[in-house]
Design a protein around this ligand. Structure first.
Ligand code: SF4
Length: 115
């Protein structure tokens, strides 16, 4: 038996898949779709940080605009670890985009003022 926690909504149903492929414990159809995706090709929203130049803080938290295949997450994080963006940044700004991933800032970063 395999047990998955559905991450589609905050309820977080514990969904059991038995040896015969029966799915138990999902309170709605979205949970069944989650199980199918999770078993065939799991995906996650990528959340990480990107370095900031000239801001009041050194990094800004970002997230992907759509789910990414789980097996690609590590490589994408490695790729974006080399970039930095210039302050000011507004929450919701698209801060990085390539053929594989688009990232938006999840907080604003003001420009540092010279003292
Ligand atoms: S199965 Fe439905 S109710 Fe349960 S966590 Fe998933 S989406 Fe939410």
């Amino acid at each position: 038996m395999k047990i998955l926690t559905c991450i589609v909504c905050p309820v977080g149903c514990k969904i059991k898949i038995d040896e015969n492929g029966n799915v138990l414990g999902a309170r709605c159809d979205r949970g069944l779709s989650f199980v199918k995706r999770e078993l065939l090709s799991p995906e996650r929203i990528l959340t990480t940080t990107i370095r900031v130049d000239g801001g009041i803080v050194k990094v800004v938290p970002v997230k992907s605009t759509k789910p990414i295949p789980k097996e690609r997450l590590r490589e994408i994080v490695r790729k974006i670890s080399n970039i930095s963006i210039k302050a000011p940044i507004r929450r919701g700004d698209m801060v990085y985009k390539d053929e594989e991933v688009s990232l938006i800032a999840t907080r604003s970063v003001e420009e540092a003022k010279d003292v």
